[in-house]
Design a binder for this molecule. Sequence first.
Ligand code: ZN
Ligand code: ZN
Length: 240
Amino acid sequence: MKSFYCALLDFIFPPLCHVCRKYIPQAGKLHICSSCRELMPVPSHPLCTVCGAPFAGAGDDHPCSSCLRDPPAFNAARAALIHDGPGRSLIHAFKYNAKTYLRRPLALLTVENLADFVVPRCPDLIAPVPLHVKRLRSRGFNQALLVGELLAREWRIPLHRQAMKRVRWTEPQINLAAELRRGNVKGAFSVPDASLVAGKRVLLVDDVFTTGSTVAECSKVLKRAGAAEILVVTVTRALN
Ligand SMILES: [Zn+2]
Ligand SMILES: [Zn+2]
């Protein structure tokens, strides 16, 4: 009987690829066809052991020069995809065109690609990077929270949406050159209740890692509030 209903559902709502809209007979949970998957590169080894930046060529993972010179407050950051091709298109449609249903394929790809990084490190809680209330009102949702909720469900880690707060309005990072981004987010975040994070392993979640200024600033504030360890997970990572 179940297969009859599945067939009926497929007839009414044919499973289409989220990227190219082609019909996928065996869609699975992800709903992205194999041709589009091939166009979604993952950051491949060797990587920076701290910020997760991929290096060209072969060799072992090691810290990059930037992380050696100026270590970020987080312990390690990883992204599920390179911010390019269909991965970037999905993020844009999700975030700027309010296609919030796209959080599901983006979160599923993150779970698939980053389980080996996250699960053995046993984070105690997930903290989504917060939006300023003014941006939240204009966008209507916090993309980091929407993805974080699904990661929390898949990985069975409690999510605390109030773990961090955005206390200062900042210019969108996307409009700023790399060297201005750090100053732009300085003092933008707070931890309203330190007892929530003190002594805990925190998994900080955001949609895109560009220069890492936002997650580094959040991590600084979390560490100041007593967080023991901070892991950062983003859906995509820009290649600088
Ligand atoms: Zn496709
Ligand atoms: Zn690095």
